[in-house]
Ligand binder design. Structure first.
Ligand code: SF4
Length: 92
């Protein structure tokens, strides 16, 4: 049976280097709730930011608090504008 420190270290090794500081703050209890949610959401999609942005799991309790919402909305708006398409709900 492994200790908490061993489990955390094992998980840390699976975190991409660019997110390790965030992970460390979370594990130390020093991350803000917003950053902790960001870490959870990134982990949820295998640390793929694009996938995290596109999360559509509306039944998740964190859905309305997930990171990168503004960026994803902007991208949808741009896509609609460049295709001469219709406006999205958020653009109205
Ligand atoms: S909001 Fe989406 S990305 Fe975040 S934890 Fe829930 S399902 Fe995962």
């Amino acid at each position: 049976m492994s200790t908490d420190a061993e489990r955390i270290e094992k998980k840390r090794r699976a975190v991409p280097v660019k997110y390790r500081k965030l992970f460390d703050r979370c594990m130390a209890g020093k991350a803000s709730p917003r950053d902790a949610i960001k870490m959870q959401c990134l982990e949820c999609w295998g640390y793929d930011r694009t996938e995290t942005e596109a999360c559509d799991i509306v039944t998740c309790p964190l859905y309305h608090h997930r990171p990168y919402q503004k960026r994803a909305t902007t991208r949808i708006r741009r896509r609609g504008a460049s295709s001469g398409g219709e406006r999205t709900e958020s653009a109205q």
